[in-house]
Design a protein around this ligand. Sequence first.
Ligand code: PMP
Length: 363
Amino acid sequence: MLNHRIYNFSSGPAVLPVPVLEKAREEMLSYRGCGMSVMEISHRSSQFEAILESAKQGIRDLLQIPNNYQILFLQGGASLQFSMIPMNFLAGGGSADYVITGTWSEKALAEADRCGSTRIISTKKDGGYKAVPTQEELRFSPDALYVHYVSNETIHGVEFTYDLDGHGTPVICDASSNILSKAIDVEKYALIYAGAQKNIGPSGVTVVIIRDDLLETAPKNQQSILDYRNFAEHGSMPNTPNTWGIYIISLVCDWLHAQGGLASMEKRNKEKAALLYAAIDSSDGFYAGHAERQARSQMNVTFRLASEGLERKFCEEADANGLNGLKGHRSVGGVRASIYNAFPKSGVETLVDFMNDFAARNS
Ligand code: PMP
């Protein structure tokens, strides 16, 4: 049982690739023969500098990030970005546009409202956060300092299928739950951020990809630990970074390369999600998908059963069958299967079999 693995559908912290865990185990006691684990090495050592560089380069290569973007590793989760963004780019005056497609965009907006003036240019709240706006629906404010959106709403399971085009307005995107799941056009964005604990690594490290021209607009008198420029100038190390988290990110990037990069991940992710949505759609209404079809997330598949009691039973029985973490977020209920990059197709197939069987037994 020591190395027993279950199918982990958790929304984050989430499943990591087994080869990454094995590599970390192999290198645990003595990282590349240096006699220390990564957690014990100084962040100023040449070994750690190489790890950080490898993580950075890995992300740059996978997402094909041009040189006029900095890749930073911060702490404080994606939630700190909800505050840091407006503190740096809004607090000086002016207004920012927010697109609201679920809980995480609401939270980002609430923090921005503490800093300055915002405008909601689109909200899908009335429909119960089942959809995302099309590009054509979006009307940016002519004077907006930036537009913020969440490319995949982890709780509601709705995802943008396109890179939002700001038509001149800098686009800021919370990509916490779908970063590295598919190729994106980075040049459409001024800033992309993501908490690592879903698709990139462990919790406690946040990846920020920021374009130089936006960085230059950050105020010079910002508190230094909240100042993007400070992180950029000091190679993400104005203070002690999450060394272990960055190490795991470097291993995840190596693994993604070995899998054929993001085009290959996108293909696999589409296949996995299609299997689950097909099971929902062919259940004669026993399972009801939350998201509208065109907004269905490839990462977080959300659905309901006829009653909360049945949902509880579903999750309990699934858990007993080695399918863990399916309970929907406490704020919305239902069932949520998070199937990030590292989640194996065999786990999705096992869940589909379980769903069919459960429906047959409980119809
Ligand atoms: N944004 C999104 C899309 C998320 O899914 C989450 C976490 N589930 C957050 C932000 C907040 O991340 P953290 O807990 O790292 O602050």
